[in-house]
Design a protein around this ligand. Sequence first.
Ligand SMILES: Cc1cc2nc3c(=O)[nH]c(=O)nc-3n(C[C@H](O)[C@H](O)[C@H](O)COP(=O)(O)O)c2cc1C
Length: 380
Amino acid sequence: MKRFLSIEELREKAQSSVPKMFFDYCESGSWDEESLNKNISDLKNIQFKPRVVRNLSNRKIKINLLGEEFGMPIGLSPCGLTGMQHADGEIHAAKAAEKFQIPFTLSTMSIVSIEELAKNVSREFWFQLYVMKDRKLTNDLMARAKAVGCKTLVLTVDLQVLGIRYKDVKNGLSTPPKLTIKTLLDLALKPKWAFQIAKTKNKTFGNLKPYITNVSNLNSLSSWINEQFDESLSWDDIKKFRDLWPGKLIIKGIMAPEDAEQATSMGADALIISNHGGRQLDGCASSVSALMEIRNNLSNRQISLLFDGGIRNGKDVLRVRALGATMGMIGRPYLYGLGAGGESGVIRALEILQEQLDRTMALCGHRDINSVDRSILKSN
Ligand SMILES: Cc1cc2nc3c(=O)[nH]c(=O)nc-3n(C[C@H](O)[C@H](O)[C@H](O)COP(=O)(O)O)c2cc1C
């Protein structure tokens, strides 16, 4: 995989390896993709200030978050259908994360189930929970995560109503893929992908399978899933989840300072500043502009802010660290690696980001990531 030098090169390889329906699912943002594009361009617009003649030997990018040490300030965000970018994708991505001592977050909408992932990895992973109308189901998912040893719950709060992605509608996205002439042709062009998917038993929503009843075909499966999200979610509910979950609670999908205050007062241990990778409210600000606003205004200065949305280079991880995020999380960059080459592809994506982060930090005049602050950025 060493021939791939950037996340963009892994993206191109993934595009030629993964069926269009699933590559598009990974790639798209909602509606006109304004927020998806802004996530990337706003990060790129933040400029560094080069510093020279500094001792740059023995550099360190390890960090502490919520009482734990991580190999670098990068984490893998939860992504639904990861096991459709590559067979058993969640296992491959979690194993890669393990090598770098960084967190992997398993989505509620994963293909590989909580239990199956736990059997295949030795490091604890984080579990991401969507709040479903059926609270028994939601509580059951939480109990299953706890039973396999998850100590960190990532509660996603920005998906009460689904953002619409045109490409998914056009492609008739379904899991496993519905066999139309169009999908059969696409699968024929991606034989390696199809062969690996044929071999694994993990082909549909691993976590939700036990609860799916009276669903006879793929169309009714996606309607069933879409109907599960709870449109009436309230902060009282969030408080109940806080009380029920004994471990660390991270609330994901915060973009407004008011919501950041509220989430903090509910007893969250950390927040993820995120617009869901531009897949929910199109036309909202970029994640990085929300990070700046929230970090400047949040009354609790101690709470850890994590970040995701638009990171495509280690430079971006340094930018968000400088702006007060403890960890820069990634979604698409690791999915591209996965599509390009399974576990080795995710390892390559992480090597690329790690190297870029370390080198950028050094060129900004620092040798310890923990000493980096806003002073590394050019003031306007
Ligand atoms: C294909 C895909 C599936 C996603 N599924 C979920 C999910 O199941 N749960 C969730 O909280 N966020 C989900 N997200 C959002 C990511 O966790 C993350 O917020 C986003 O990808 C970050 O932006 P980036 O892709 O630019 O790094 C998904 C994102 C993508 C690209």
